[in-house]
Write a protein that binds this ligand. Structure first.
Ligand code: ADP
Ligand code: MG
Length: 352
């Protein structure tokens, strides 16, 4: 199912700021798109609008080119999973999975034996076979969310909508489920929209990531393209640590603290003037001597190990906050460096 969202607006009664402020988004058939944004940015409102649980103030939603907004919610054939497991506590796992089928109108309801068969098949798909007879209270959090997914899939949805489905689980389980969901998607190919506020989750899981900010899509792109070429400062800062450095651009060159730094292709042809340069910690290069053209000078304030990386804080004269630089632990130089050392900084890749 292809989903087209056109100029979608949503104002909740009484609130001054619109929850959705002109969303345009196309999700291709079989695609897994993550909606990534801070809390309150409108992700849930957008997802609930696609599901038909919320009615937008204006705009259009098309499913395979057909108007979905004026379609009965039950006819949209959408599977929905929420952050907080909405399983029925008094029903077994098997009955929970079969629930969506068993409440269908009589003429579209499969026979009880068929519902049973399908529910078992789905539990096998989410790797919970053997737990059919358990109650939700007898499952771990991760298992409950897999039951919720099986239940959403049981109705054979054309679209699968997941609203922070792993948000309430601990980090390890979340990471496992992430890989598992990607694998499930590759096998079943449901058009899927996945909401999260976790950048790592979105980048690892999705075919494309849509950055949601203040009720709008700031950028939508495949994970690597998004990370490499953020379209706006908001996207840059939301996707990982970034240093923001004041530079002057003149004659096609950028100058940081009076020292030239090469301009990335994207920044060629930039008009002369003062700019903010965005550069990620691992895209900064350090050298021990300040030779002409080697870059601006910083004073080392702190060296610490973090995962497989060395993080260094450097103080530049012209910025109040120290800048952050990352090196691989295997870099042979850092063990000799100490607080107070002066190091030259150059940027390999950055944006203006
Ligand atoms: P997110 O899922 O990204 O955290 P939401 O879509 O839940 O964002 O909320 C977007 C904005 O709409 C927020 O400002 C929120 O306070 C507001 N909002 C959400 N639901 C309602 C509601 N039922 N009534 C009034 N305002 C709401
Ligand atoms: Mg939400």
């Amino acid at each position: 199912m292809k989903i087209d969202i056109r100029n979608l607006h949503k104002d909740y009664n009484g609130s001054g700021v619109p929850a959705l402020n002109g969303v345009n988004l196309t999700i291709e058939h079989g695609e897994l798109v993550a909606l990534l944004g801070p809390s309150g940015s409108g992700k849930t409102t957008l997802l609930r609008s696609i599901a038909g649980l919320e009615s937008p103030t204006s705009g259009a939603i098309l499913f395979d080119g057909q108007d979905a907004l004026h379609q009965d919610v039950r006819d949209r054939n959408v599977g929905f999973v929420f952050q907080h497991y909405a399983l029925f506590r008094h029903m077994t796992v098997l009955d929970n999975v079969g629930f969506g089928l068993s409440v269908r109108p009589r003429n579209r309801r499969p026979a009880a034996s068929e519902i049973d068969r399908r529910a078992r098949e789905l539990l096998a798909l989410v790797q919970l076979d053997g737990l059919e007879g358990r109650y939700p209270s007898q499952l771990s959090g991760g298992q409950r969310q897999r039951v919720a997914l099986a239940r959403a899939l049981a109705i054979e949805p054309s679209v699968l909508l997941l609203d922070e489905p792993f948000g309430a689980l601990d980090a390890k389980v979340r990471k496992d489920l992430r890989a598992w969901l990607r694998d499930l998607h590759d096998r079943t190919g449901h058009t899927t929209v996945f909401v999260t506020h976790d950048q790592e989750e979105a980048l690892e899981l999705a075919d494309r990531v849509a950055i949601v900010n203040r009720g709008q899509i700031e950028q939508i792109a495949p994970p690597l393209a998004l990370y490499r070429s953020p379209a706006t400062p908001f996207v840059y800062e939301f996707l990982g640590s970034v240093n923001v450095l004041p530079v002057d651009v003149r004659d096609g060159k950028a100058f940081l603290d009076g020292c030239p730094v090469p301009l990335a292709d994207a920044a060629q042809g930039t008009d002369a003037g003062a700019y903010r340069m965005y550069v990620r910690p691992h895209d900064l290069r350090l050298s021990e001597q300040r030779t002409p053209g080697s870059g601006a000078l910083g004073v080392l304030q702190n060296v610490r190990l973090s995962g497989g990386l060395v993080r260094l804080d450097l103080k530049l004269d012209l910025i109040a906050r120290p800048i952050e630089v990352e090196l691989p632990v295997s870099d042979p130089r850092w063990s000799d460096w100490k607080k107070g050392d002066k190091l030259a900084i150059a940027a390999d890749r950055f944006h203006l």
